[in-house]
Design a protein around this ligand. Sequence first.
Ligand SMILES: Nc1ncnc2c1ncn2[C@@H]1O[C@H](COP(=O)(O)OP(=O)(O)OP(=O)(O)O)[C@@H](O)[C@H]1O
Ligand SMILES: [Mg+2]
Length: 242
Amino acid sequence: MVAKTETSALPECWKALDECLNAGIDRVILYGPSGIGKTYAGMTLGDVEAGAFRLVCTEDMTNLDVTGGFMPNGKGGFLWLDGSALKAWKGNGTKGGRLIVDEVDKASGDVFATLLAMLDSPESASWEHPETGEVVKPLNGFSAIMTTNIENMGELPTALADRFPIRIRIDAPHPSALLRLSPDLREYAVRMADAGDDRISLRAFIALDKLRASVGMERACSLTFGHRAKQILDALKVDGIR
Ligand SMILES: Nc1ncnc2c1ncn2[C@@H]1O[C@H](COP(=O)(O)OP(=O)(O)OP(=O)(O)O)[C@@H](O)[C@H]1O
Ligand SMILES: [Mg+2]
């Protein structure tokens, strides 16, 4: 049994995710602005004690990334390596793990069919090893979280989206992410996380915070934000951040 998270002090989006995970929901799409903590949440929140396995979707990915394939073993032969989805199905051997399907909108047509099969309901899902004929099914506890930056879920292929009825737009950094920043930057980071075109990601704040300690705020802004540096430096000054 995994401890339930205290949800009262959380921003609404994180509260919603906690409620869903605590209720046993095992398919969730996290969408929203870049660098706000969707992937980190997928890798860490809820029951991930049997392992979290990340599948980063790109146009060039193949089924090797999803289910696995034969790779040279360095001795002239080949060795089967499981892909991320199969690893998550198997989890720790007794319990299924978490699959994070990152940037799902970027997956190519070829792998979509495989993803559909691997994300099917546990009763229907099964996969056959091409050489040994071994039939694998997802172990109890297998869960999947997909992440994307697209705002309109209608842009995802219907069959895939249909497997994920719960979709949560992440519009605020998690309080635990803010703890990585110096206290004076936290409030500003919250305000800028979902500020449309002016948005500043957590990644940028983490870099800025680190840089300013050694090169000073002005240079840190210039290195982190390029042509936006002056505008952001002025805004930071207004907030008393130096
Ligand atoms: N709860 C957290 N605790 C500590 N660090 C965090 C937390 N959430 C996010 N981070 C850090 O913030 C950065 C951005 O997080 P993450 O990669 O999860 O964003 P994302 O929403 O998936 O972005 P993208 O849409 O670009 O993939 C990472 O460096 C990550 O380690
Ligand atoms: Mg991500």
